[in-house]
Structure formats: C-alpha cells, structure tokens
Design a protein around this ligand. Sequence first.
Ligand code: PLP
Length: 403
Amino acid sequence: MEGGGSRGEADGAAPRWRFSQASQGGPLASAGLTSIRAVLNRVNSSVDAAGPRPVLPLGNGDPTTSACYRTALAAEDAVVDALRSGAHNGYSPPVGILSARRAIAEYLSRDLPYELSADDIYLTSGCVQAIEVMISVLAQPGSNILLPKPGFPLYESRTTFSNLEVRHFNLIPERGWEADLEGVQALADENTVAIVIVNPNNPCGSVYSYDHLGKIAETARKLGLLIIADEVYDHLAFGSKPFIPIGVFSETVPVITLGSISKRWLVPGWRLGWIATCDPNGVLKEAKVNQSIENYINISTDPATFVQGAIPQIISNTKEDYFNKIVDLLRKSADLCYDKIKDIRGITCPHKPEGSMFVMVKLDLSFLDGFCDDMDFCCRLAKEESVIVLPGTNSINFQPLVW
Ligand SMILES: *Cc1c(COP(=O)(O)O)cnc(C)c1O
C-alpha cells in the first residue's frame, strides 16, 4: 500500500501491532491470574455437564444463588421509589450524593464512640472499588502493605497490579484466626504504609473480640500504620462475639473502613459500597489522605445514582426482624456445615465459623489417593460431584486448605 496510514506495516508483510506487548505479561497478567474469578472459572470449567446432580455452587460468595437469601422488601421498595422519583437520573457528585453519605455516616456512627460526618464518607461501586481506591492511593514506589494470610485474593491482585509490595502476616487457626501480631511487628519497616484486616473474616469465618481489635490498634499505632478495615460483613456475626468495628479505636490509630450493602442486605448486584475515614484526630486529613481519595474518585466511575438515592430509605426502613432472620439462617447453615465436616475423613475445620458466609477447612491429602494439591481436589470435586468449593491456595499461598 502506498502512503497508507499504517505505520507499523512493512510492505506486504503482516502489520506489527504495537499494542500486543502491552497486553501480555506485566503486572496485569499476574494480577489477573491470582484473581478469585480466574480461580473460580477454572474450577467451574471442570464441571461435567452429565454430572450426578445439579451444580452446587459453594464457591462464589454470592448468597443470592439460594432463594432463601432475598433482600428486605423495604430495600426493594426504596430502590423503586428512588428510581420513580425522577430525581436520580443524572450524574452524581464523584464522592456520592449528600443524602446517601449522610445516611451511611449515621449508620456507621451507631457503633462508634463519636460521630462520623458525611465528609468522612466516599461512595464506591461496591466494596471492590473501595479496595481499588485505597490500594491505588497508598501505592508509592518502595512502599509495602501488610495483608492477612489466609486472605481475600483481590487485595493481592490489586497490590500486585499497583506495584505495591505485599507482606503477609498469619492468621492463627488455633487462636480463632486471630492475627499474629508478633509477626506483624517483625514484618513492618519504615516503608510499611498500612495493615489490612477483614472482620468478620472472609475466608476464615472468624469474628474478632474487642480485646484483639484493641491489640491490633495498639500494634498499628506503635508501628505508625494506617488500618484498612474491610467490614463488608458488618453485623453478620452469629457466634458468641458481637461484631465490633475497629473504628472504635480510631482515637488510638486512624482507621479507614471499607463496606457495602452487598452482604448484609444480600444485594451484591446493586454495587453500592463506601470508604469511611474514622479519624477523630484529623491525622488522615493532615496527611492529605482524604484529598488523595477524592483525587482518585474524581477520575473513576460512580455507583448508579438511583441506588445512591435509595440508601437513606434502605437504611432507615429495613427492620431488625429482617437482619435477625438472615443471621439465624447463616448460623444454621454454618452449624450444619461444621457438623457434616466432622464426619468427613481428611477434612477438618480448625475453628467453628462465627461470622461472614464462609468456612475454612484443612484438607489432608494423605487421606486421598492421587491428588496433587487443593486446586486438583477442587477441580475433581466439581467434575465428579458437581460441587464447587474454592481452593485455599490462592488465599494462603500453597497450603492445602479449601473453604
Ligand atoms: C464480597 C467481598 C468484597 C466485595 O464486596 P462488593 O460490595 O460486592 O464489591 C470485599 N471484601 C470482602 C472480604 C468480600 O468478601
């Protein structure tokens, strides 16, 4: 071709596409491979269409796959009313609409010793985007972040993608999956920016006591670390310990709480989450963290405006009865699961689940012939029994656990 616009093309030869290298390898490829969705796809693709029973999907963390986990009618009505009002068809301010931020500030303040204001709240597209924002804001060259192991793999994927170094601290099964705080102290150095805790915990099903939360806060203060608290399972506690937000210790250490309506209201598809800065002493403001969050949010997308518009009503109109019913259901399911696991040779549960929607078990491959690891086990369970569970490999770095 003469005088054509295709600068990468040698005469007659196939063009050399310049974008192909950018999409291969690099941080995106490794982040994508470790994602929970990639692992779930691999397990799901092992299912045999002619398998023995309908697929039992226990691996996707989406409660709506069971009909009994349906959101409150009041929440559905709130969305319908917000949509019909015609007041929420436009763009929202990047940080979210004021009435929703105010309602979330009040909702979270119920469990805190001080009041959050609407200015402490940033609305996000689910807790997933809250994680993305915070990891991106904290990622500076040379910095590192402390993540729990076992953990929620999105944190690993996001930090890998942002070139933020990950250091794992252990959660100890024999101590109810409490954080190994001596380990935390040994891992942290002057480049450590934050510690992530997930409470109630996915994947371990644990709930932290007031005492343990206090110790985490003291440790973070000593090390000068910000606490990122993933409390997306807030109030989904059904054991002996109540849910306590670690924000109750934010006089000691600044806390950024991440949450959403996805789990407590059983509506992960509504994509409404938040970042809350619990910072009564103004440490984060001083360090310009709030400004950085806002800067990041200004260049990303917002949750659907009518769902934001429904938030005040969703929060005020959902009754205790509904929450109690869901927590009872979760308790019964967890008890059933725990009791049945006791009868299975080769699988043990080190700590009875007391919160969230997961149970973490240890898989002893010496009881099973011919399996090379937990991923292999999960794929064959999918193929032979049509039961989907996730390998712990991803969350615990190659220890044979499934949940
Ligand atoms: C489900 C989940 C999220 C994501 O929540 P969305 O609101 O659906 O984006 C974040 N963190 C943990 C630990 C989760 O289990």
